[in-house]
Design a protein around this ligand. Structure first.
Ligand SMILES: *[C@@H]1O[C@H](CO)[C@@H](O)[C@H](O)[C@H]1NC(C)=O
Ligand SMILES: *[C@@H]1O[C@H](CO)[C@@H](O)[C@H](O)[C@H]1NC(C)=O
Ligand SMILES: *[C@@H]1O[C@H](CO)[C@@H](O)[C@H](O)[C@H]1NC(C)=O
Length: 311
């Protein structure tokens, strides 16, 4: 809700809190379950040394939404365009992403930002704060790029589509970021994070996502980041025509229950994809993984203790 107010007040386009707190933290928490143990330690060390965010025992979950707050702070406005790519296609008839046409924000877009900050992690930059910042950006943007409305220009990524959600005025973009997630997966708190992570990890290890993981990682080479991030954007943007904007929305009318019912599995799958890709990415940068692989490290319990997570 805060998100809608901020966007309306500042007249922002597609820059937004994609996936909200719970969505981004779940992407990071899913990734955490598939990190090589040494990689997890390296990430903790990088974040612990971050002079801007002194956290006790930090994990990527704690910093998963840092980039949203930063982009809305005066010193971070230059990063707003990093959160999305405005595909100027023609939904719902034609969906496509063309990097030279669509990645034109000041400073670039989510695709070039992923490549830029990945490169800074592969070749560590000048100081610990910059390395920590690059890590925080990568963790966040690999989540953003799976939110369909972050890969679409139409009506400012759905910010201009006014609907109602539980009787209150809402923007379609915000309903995707937070409204539907809160409804289905519970509160923006550690309980919601824990149960949603378990649900997704089970689907990945031994459920309906297991066979899809190789496809999600079919392009996952840190040394081919522009190409892979572009393919992820294409994959996400396809959902705009297949579902997200296929409906006719009536101004200020309640979003149909059927829309919500059909959106939920899509949202969960996208968050799972983000988590799997993030794990693969970080295991390549800081560990020994090959592109396309996902390590199924057996764990008795979820890596993170609920009490450690700050919302
Ligand atoms: C790459 O990162 C640097 C350091 O944060 C930033 O100044 C530059 O604008 C970034 N470029 C792109 C294309 O993201
Ligand atoms: C999270 O919110 C739910 C519902 O409001 C509540 O039942 C639960 O106790 C909360 N969990 C934590 C850890 O605060
Ligand atoms: C995987 O799922 C199958 C069927 O749902 C079940 O029989 C099996 O025990 C599960 N394996 C694990 C490791 O959870």
């Amino acid at each position: 809700m805060l998100f809608s107010t901020v966007v309306a007040a500042l007249g922002l386009a597609s820059s937004a809190h994609a996936w909200g707190q719970l969505g981004h933290k779940t992407v990071a928490n899913v990734a955490l379950q598939f990190l090589q143990p040494g990689v997890r330690d390296t990430l903790t060390a990088i974040l612990a040394a971050d002079g801007h965010n002194r956290l006790p025992n930090p994990s990527i979950v704690d910093v998963a939404t840092w980039a949203d707050g930063f982009s809305h702070s005066p010193e971070g406005t230059w990063t707003k365009g990093f959160h999305y790519i405005d595909a100027k296609d023609d939904p719902p008839l034609r969906c496509d992403v063309d990097l030279s046409r669509d990645c034109r924000g000041p400073g670039g877009c989510v695709v070039t930002a992923i490549a830029n900050y990945t490169d800074q992690l592969i070749h560590p930059s000048r100081n610990v704060d910059e390395t920590a910042q690059a890590l925080k950006f990568v963790v966040h943007f690999l989540g953003d790029i799976t939110q369909p409305l972050h890969t679409e220009n139409f009506m400012h990524g759905g910010n201009g589509i006014n609907v109602k959600w539980h009787g209150k005025k809402a923007k379609l973009h915000g309903v995707w970021d937070t409204g539907m997630i809160a409804e289905f997966f519970g509160s923006d708190n550690a309980t919601g994070l824990d149960s949603w992570t378990k649900r997704i990890v089970n689907e990945i290890k031994n459920g309906s996502y297991k066979d899809a993981v190789p496809e999600w990682l079919s392009c996952s080479d840190i040394n081919d980041a522009v190409n892979c991030a572009t393919q992820w954007a294409v994959d996400t943007n396809k959902l705009i025509c297949d579902f997200v904007l296929k409906t006719t929305f009536h101004k200020n009318e309640e979003l149909p229950k059927s829309y919500y019912d059909d959106a939920i599995p899509i949202i969960q799958r996208q968050v799972a994809k983000g988590g799997v890709r993030l794990a693969s990415w970080l295991n390549q940068i800081f560990g020994t993984a090959e592109p396309g692989s996902l390590s199924l490290y057996e764990q008795d319990r979820l890596v993170l203790q609920l009490s450690e997570v700050e919302f």
